[in-house]
Design a protein around this ligand. Structure first.
Ligand code: 3PG
Length: 395
């Protein structure tokens, strides 16, 4: 099975539907808080514009309930895209309908339309036939650059694809597949995974799969609490998924049987509330009844950094603590810096929070690959077939 690249597609003077993932965080004033996902799609957009395509860009934003909702309009995203490109971007009033059809029909070579949020229509997430056909009717060529949404089998990522004559992957999609695939094949060892974030439940699949391929798994963030509790630790009022203790225990057992070492925090930064201005460092076993673990402690951070320094391949997903708060950010930044300092290793970071931490630490250019996908990168690393990628394959 092969996937054509955007360079292989006949796009000159054609109407090209470009699915991107512009699901970006917004500020309270509805500005774009982080435009990395927009910038990541620029090479494909510029390439298509330069070749005289009539470009129809489409994305979802947030999780509106299948109906128009001004809070989720792509208007600020369109404005930022126009700024970056120095080009006009025509935003349609809805994803499909008379208005959108007219904007698309009037496009001239090299012009760009941005469809309003695809999730303003219930057919997008339901992947329904009429909506998929309506989207497909706009285009001669389909290009998918939305790696971040490739794990969703929606109308714009799967349903419409079979109705468009030519299809292929954009430069970002291609790059994501190339780098993430490296972690599924033969890798230089030691191969380490650093997994954090709030919930064990979100990561059990990927942890299970990583325990068949990595040498060591380092776990931080609130999810580490559940594993520690499963091993009998007492952690005050730290966040724990009580209903996942049995699964956590069975994962730890499986990892041990597979000869994969799982490293959990040995100390923490704790406080009585997430809003506390400062925290207290304490060893595992020293968390008071009214305290919660909000970051890995300095000893754990040093230990994790030493492990990362010895690795030759590292995959990182999920923060080590509540890193949005300066008092609980040290562990996450220590991991970001350790990855950056290991120049001999292939380092791959996925997930919005870890990527943001790498950027805030000012070390983004020292990481081999920063994935624009959160859930998509996890499912890819888990070895799952992503429907948005499978739909691009040509027989
Ligand atoms: C993401 O941000 O992970 C993607 O844009 C997918 O968004 P979703 O989880 O709302 O489908």
């Amino acid at each position: 099975m092969a996937i054509l690249g955007v360079k292989d597609l006949p796009v000159e003077g054609k109407r090209v539907f470009l699915r991107v993932d512009f699901n970006v965080p917004l500020t309270p004033a509805r500005g774009v808080a982080d435009d990395s996902r927009i910038r990541a799609a620029i090479p494909t957009i510029q390439h298509l514009v330069d070749r005289g395509a009539r470009l129809i860009v489409a994305s979802h934003l947030g999780r509106p309930k299948g109906a128009p909702d001004p809070a989720f309009s792509l208007e600020p995203v369109g404005a930022r895209l126009a700024d970056i490109l120095g080009n006009e971007v025509l935003l349609t009033d809805e994803p499909v309908g008379d208005g959108a059809r007219k904007v698309v029909a009037d496009l001239r070579d090299g012009q760009i339309a941005l469809l309003e949020n695809l999730r303003f229509h219930p057919g997008e997430e339901a992947n329904d036939e009429p909506f998929a056909r309506a989207l497909a009717s706009y285009a001669d060529v389909y290009v998918n650059d939305a790696f971040g949404a490739a794990h969703r089998a929606h109308a714009s990522t799967v349903g419409m694809v079979r109705y468009v004559a030519d299809k292929g992957a954009g430069f970002l999609m291609d790059k994501e597949i190339r780098f993430l695939s490296k972690l599924l094949g033969e890798v230089d060892r030691p191969y380490l995974a650093v997994i954090g974030g709030a919930k064990v439940s979100d990561k059990l699949g990927v942890l299970d799969s990583l325990s068949t391929r990595t040498d060591k798994i380092l776990i931080g963030g609130a999810m580490a609490n559940t594993f520690l509790k499963a091993r009998g630790a007492s952690l005050g009022k730290s966040k724990i998924e009580e209903d996942k203790l049995a699964l956590a225990r069975s994962f730890l057992k499986k990892a041990e049987e597979r000869g994969v070492q799982v490293l959990l925090p040995r100390d923490f930064v704790v406080a009585t509330s997430m809003d506390a201005a400062t925290g207290r460092t304490c060893a595992l076993g020293g968390v008071d009844a009214d305290e919660m673990a909000l970051d890995i402690g300095p000893e754990t951070a040093r230990g994790f950094a030493d492990e990362i320094a010895r690795a030759r391949t590292v995959f990182w997903n999920g923060p080590m603590g509540v890193f949005e708060r300066p008092a609980f950010a040290a562990g996450t930044f220590a991991v970001a810096r350790a990855l950056a300092d290991n120049e001999r290793a292939v380092t791959v970071v996925g997930g919005g929070d870890s990527v943001a931490a790498v950027e805030q630490a000012g070390v983004a250019d020292k990481i081999t690959h920063l994935s624009t996908g959160g859930g998509a990168s996890l499912e890819f690393i888990e070895g799952k077939t992503l429907p948005g990628i499978a739909a691009l394959e040509t027989a």
